[in-house]
Design a protein around this ligand. Structure first.
Ligand code: SF4
Ligand code: SF4
Length: 512
């Protein structure tokens, strides 16, 4: 689910015809001054962060003049909240309020329906009021075949004690609000407070929408650049990870950074899960043994080796980690040897300079373990691989022992892209390039690339590996980026194959 900031949520409301205070988002003090001049009245300047009770945290300021607004925005935008700088502030007209209400909508899994919530008391402390006076919170499950019907909206208002013109006004508002939530495919939406102004208008003073992340692609108007749930602006690596995920539909790659500043001796690990529930148990095992966890990554749902490779590269790019720990469900149906090859290529390219423990249970785990063990010794740090029969706790014990006994080498040399004397090249679906040096291939006795190619798109032309499909078809996905041709060539062939897989934003391997 993707949480939207207040200013983004208000865009949805305005599109549905719901009034919000005049104003908009700013990213500099100068913009805040100009916005306040345009509004032409005292303003309120609000930090755009995902916390409740912003007033009590000094994240909301009132400003009587454009200069005051500029000062307030400057203070907020330079402020660090939860270790992260704020992206923007919202500058809005200050409104005279007669009365406040609460309006919300959630997708209630047990009711199997959206449930609209209305309270005649809104504003700060609504949770406490609702707990103390449950009769003040009116709930209405909605049949999505009909939407919120007029009589249902009026009935909610009557239950809340509203009568006459106000009852009609609020019931119309509830219907507009439901349409706003439905049209944006919100999983949750809230206006608090909904203000009745001195001039008799209903105005959404504060709003929060949470949108289904799988629906984001249908809503370019929301300008959501990362369809992930964050309580803060995304980090550089999280942005890179999202760019990888959004342009490759195969499997799932989830990346979130949890901690960044580690001191020596904290035993921080880069965490790589493959399968949600098992990944959680594995993280608990790490915490129980006193490890710090730099990130949570999940690669599951049968991702290609290239996606696992990119995930591993991002994990290893974090400074201060002492170990690499992969563990997941243990019974994953995905073919784990693809993941193993993705890991091996990443460990060779970087190269791996922290010990790695890989618990890679599931389909093809014996082959995956063999691939990882075979590669051990090809990079500075050791790799140990285990299957489903080894518990996460036993694996964390091995992580502990390996970190204690390993001394990282100084400035390990990253692998370089070799220069091919007689290159045979084609491109892959995510912008990768596969090169076979036919001058080397002539000397190769195993032709391991052809035998290991999972979708069987390679054949021999004499003694040289070539595509048996067109280059266009290979690029359209005929080449599944299983990475077998390079990894098997490296360990069983004459090392004439090399694959480049770009990760925009991350340092790329240098050419020889
Ligand atoms: S395994 Fe490597 S060296 Fe051997 S034919 Fe294939 S690409 Fe060439
Ligand atoms: S050419 Fe074959 S072996 Fe090489 S990455 Fe593509 S699918 Fe895998």
């Amino acid at each position: 689910m993707v949480k939207l900031h207040e200013y983004q949520s208000k865009v949805i409301l305005r599109r549905a015809g719901i009034r919000t205070p005049k104003g908009g988002a700013v990213i500099t003090a100068g913009e805040a001054r100009a916005m306040a001049i345009g509004i032409g009245s005292p303003v309120v300047v609000k930090a755009q962060v995902f916390v409740t009770g912003r007033a009590g945290k000094h994240l909301i300021h009132f400003a009587d003049s454009p200069d005051d607004a500029a000062d307030a925005a400057d203070r907020l935008l330079k402020q660090s909240f939860d270790g992260l700088t704020m992206d923007c502030a919202l500058v809005e007209e200050r409104v005279k309020i007669e009365r406040e209400f609460y309006v919300g909508l959630i997708i209630d899994v047990s009711a199997r329906a959206p449930v609209l919530i209305f309270s005649p008391v809104g504003g700060s402390g609504i949770e406490e009021i609702a707990a103390a006076h449950p009769d003040q919170v009116i709930r209405q499950p909605i049949d999505i075949r009909h939407g919120l019907r007029d009589f249902e909206a009026r009935d909610m208002c009557r239950q809340a004690g509203l009568t006459g013109k106000l009852m009609l006004q609020v019931s119309q508002f509830l219907m507009q609000f439901y349409e706003a939530a439905r049209s944006s495919e919100a999983r949750a939406a809230e206006i608090n407070p909904l203000a009745l102004t001195a001039s008799g208008d209903l105005l959404a003073l504060d709003a929060r929408f949470t949108v289904d992340d799988y629906a984001v692609f249908r809503h370019p108007e929301l300008n959501i650049d990362i369809a992930r749930e964050f309580d803060r602006p995304p980090t550089k690596l999280e942005r890179i990870a999202w760019d990888i995920e959004k342009s490759d539909y195969r499997g799932t790659f989830y990346f979130i950074q949890m901690e960044t500043n580690f001191t020596k001796g904290q035993r921080a690990v880069g965490f790589h899960g493959n399968g949600g529930g098992g990944a959680m148990i594995s993280m608990d095992a790490l915490f129980a043994r006193g490890f710090k966890i730099a990130n949570f990554v999940d690669t599951s749902g049968n991702p290609p080796a290239s996606k696992v490779y990119r995930a591993a590269r991002l994990i290893l790019s974090q400074t201060g980690i002492d170990g690499y720990f992969l563990s997941g469900s243990g019974v994953a149906s995905q073919e784990q040897y693809h993941s193993a090859r993705g890991l091996v290529k990443a460990f060779m390219d970087v190269p791996l300079n922290v010990p790695a423990v890989i618990r890679i249970g599931g389909n093809g785990e014996e082959q995956a373990i063999e691939i990882l063990h075979r590669a051990n010794g090809s990079f500075p740090a050791p790799v140990e691989a285990y299957g489903r029969d080894t518990t996460p706790d036993d694996c964390t014990a091995r992580m502990d022992a390996l970190i204690a006994s390993y001394t990282p080498v100084d400035n390990p040399t990253p692998r370089t892209v070799p220069t091919a004397a007689e290159p045979y090249r084609f491109e892959t679906v995510t912008g990768g390039t596969i090169t076979y040096d036919h001058a080397v291939c002539q000397t190769c006795t195993t032709k391991a690339c052809v035998h290991s190619c999972d979708p069987k798109i390679l054949s021999l032309d004499g003694d040289k590996p070539v595509l048996n499909i067109s280059r266009e078809d290979a690029k359209r996905g005929g080449c599944t980026e299983c990475l077998a041709c390079e990894v098997e060539c490296y360990f069983n062939g004459a090392r004439g194959a090399y694959i480049t897989l770009p990760i925009p934003g991350l340092e790329e391997p240098a050419h020889a």
